[in-house]
Design a protein around this ligand. Structure first.
Ligand SMILES: Nc1nc2c(ncn2[C@@H]2O[C@H](COP(=O)(O)OP(=O)(O)OP(=O)(O)O)[C@@H](O)[C@H]2O)c(=O)[nH]1
Length: 167
């Protein structure tokens, strides 16, 4: 899968189809690839389509145990465990993002603080990422106000907009 799919992911839901064994076997290579890009993010394993064969819920799947992954039996068709799965994945992702030792996450946390973003979002009409990018440039150019916030000049902002919105 292209690297951009993994970029800045904070959680992963890996799904196999209980009706097609090959999808279970393929988990090895998917998991290996995931860990090359995102070594630490929480990963949840899902056995999907249990409505088609409820007997499969009696089976124990070693992959989850081997890699110590939370494991859910799901049916996307009838909704079994779907909401729980996504709620839990979001919680894990948020918890990971708050505390992660990933260099990029640490940089983003620092920039969000400098840009005046908090858990509500970003103040000043920009998204956190836009604001952080503005801040990044401001810091890089050594321009900041007394509070450490970046100072950008209209010409730089215009140039940024011409390049697609970010300075
Ligand atoms: N019975 C059942 N069918 C499902 C479930 N989830 C998906 N399907 C069916 O599986 C087929 C493939 O679904 P997609 O959403 O296209 O999934 P995909 O991963 O792109 O495709 P596959 O790899 O073929 O499963 C469709 O016919 C779906 O209706 C499920 O939980 N139960």
């Amino acid at each position: 899968m292209h690297a951009s799919y993994y970029h800045k992911a904070h959680a992963c839901i890996m799904v196999f189809d209980v009706q097609r064994k090959i999808t279970y076997k393929n988990l090895n290579s998917w998991y290996k690839e995931l860990r090359e890009f995102r070594p630490e993010i929480p990963c949840i394993l899902v056995a999907n389509k249990i409505d088609a064969d409820m007997k499969m819920t009696q089976k124990s799947f070693n992959f989850a145990r081997k890699f110590n992954l939370p494991f859910y039996f799901v049916s996307a068709a009838d909704g079994t465990n779907v909401v729980k799965l996504f709620n839990d994945a979001i919680k894990l992702a948020v918890a990971y993002k708050k505390n992660s030792g990933d260099f990029l996450d640490e940089v983003m946390r620092e920039l969000e603080v400098r840009a005046g973003c908090d858990e509500w979002g970003c103040w000043g009409g920009h998204s956190c990422e836009q604001q952080a990018a503005l801040c990044w440039v401001g810091v890089g150019m050594g321009k900041s106000d007394a509070r450490g916030f970046p100072v950008l000049f209209p010409a730089e902002l215009r140039a940024g907009e011409e390049r697609g919105g970010l300075v």
